[in-house]
Write a protein that binds this ligand. Structure first.
Ligand code: MRU
Length: 355
């Protein structure tokens, strides 16, 4: 089944599929320095929490690779600058900060063992590639755990795009749907368009269509209607940051879907890797919410659709844990009380999911 490839490390640089142009055009850009990678993250060439993490790791790797530093100390100072630049791109997706921390830890370990700059560069590139591979493996396991919770047949709803484009694997929420579908469950996906950036209409619809999974595209204000009909078996979304108590930040609009799901007795699930946990914060009140340009609300693809008025654009909202039935991760399924189950999964050894 077709799996989109949003990012790739090549000899020439970091190649990214430009998600701003989908589905109209499939265009890729090659980034040859970390400043370019940071700009690509900020401007949504690549997006989706886990994919942002992979891009950040590759951004650090290319920064180190291209550095003219003549000593480990100099390289260390540049690493600080590289990480600061990448950290300033998008505030909500915690995978970004997770990836930067991981690359810093690796740098410390590598430079402890050697001061050979060529060797250090090689090892940092290898670490970024390892981050990518781990994301792919995590998605596969999340998919296997989550598929068990999907109905044998009927409609499931998602939000935004939590597919291959968003993770650089098979996707988290769409990974669950994909695995369930491949297992023979006869699923039909309801895809809210996800205003204002239209990740549902542009990206999820495109991925499902290319993958041969049946779908119906709906506008965001149809969500309540479809949940109320009693013909939706489950909702499954991704996450940008999950607090210690299970409160989950995801694309704006997720909260209202979760509330409407509960009102209509439809189970609401979150699918995310452990790197999306932020156990350093107690609850969703502490999650920073990215404010994006109001132009993304007043315009669609550059065409003005509203008068020149003030418009708000919080890019994410927080779903309180009481609306979440379960969180699918690569190490198993977390259920309430999440404060306990998330902590356990975070410290657990990886386990094999049901095949
Ligand atoms: O602004 P975006 O497109 O980066 O937002 C993406 C989402 O909200 C996704 O649902 C989330 O990152 C999970 S992706 C597996």
């Amino acid at each position: 089944m077709y799996v989109a490839q949003p990012i790739e490390w090549t000899e020439q640089g970091v190649v990214m599929l430009d998600q701003r142009r989908l589905p109209a055009e499939e265009i890729s850009h090659t980034y040859t320095d970390y400043v370019g990678v940071a700009k690509a993250i900020r401007e949504m060439v690549i997006r989706g929490a886990p994919a942002i993490g992979v891009a950040a790791a590759m951004g650090v790797a290319i920064g180190i690779q291209k550095s003219k530093a003549g000593s480990v100390d100099q390289l260390q100072r540049e690493l600080v600058q590289i990480c600061e630049t990448l950290a300033e791109t998008r505030p909500t997706a915690v995978d970004l900060f997770w990836a930067l921390e991981r690359m810093k830890v690796r740098f410390a370990a590598v430079t402890q063992a050697t001061s050979d700059l060529a060797e250090i560069r090689k090892k940092m590139i290898a670490e970024a590639l390892e981050v990518h591979l781990e994301k792919q493996a995590a998605d596969e396991a999340i998919g296997r755990f989550g598929a068990e919770y999907m109905p044998q047949e009927g409609q499931v709803m998602t939000q935004c795009n939590a597919g291959a484009l968003a993770t650089a694997g098979i996707g988290t929420a769409l990974g669950v749907i994909r695995v369930a579908y491949e297992q023979g469950r006869k699923l039909h996906v309801l895809v809210p368009e996800t205003r204002p950036y239209l990740q549902g209409a542009r990206l999820t619809a495109w991925e499902l269509y290319r993958g041969g999974i049946p779908l119906t595209l709906i506008t965001d204000n149809m969500v309540g209607h479809f949940l109320k009909t009693g013909k939706v078996g489950a909702v499954v979304t991704g996450a940008d940051r999950i607090a210690a108590n299970g409160d989950t930040a995801n694309k704006i609009g997720t909260y209202q879907i979760a509330v409407l799901a509960k009102e209509n007795n439809v189970p609401f699930y979150v699918a995310a890797p452990i790197s999306t946990f932020d156990l350093s914060i107690p609850d969703g009140e502490h999650i920073p919410i990215e404010e994006r340009s109001s132009e993304e609300v007043t315009h669609i693809q550059g065409v003005r659709i509203a008068p020149d008025v003030h418009a708000a654009h919080p890019a994410f909202d927080v779903t309180p844990n009481r609306y979440i039935h379960a969180i699918f991760t690569q190490r198993g399924v977390a259920k309430a009380p999440f404060t306990e189950s998330l902590k356990q999964l975070a410290s657990a050894q990886p386990v094999a999911a049901a095949q």
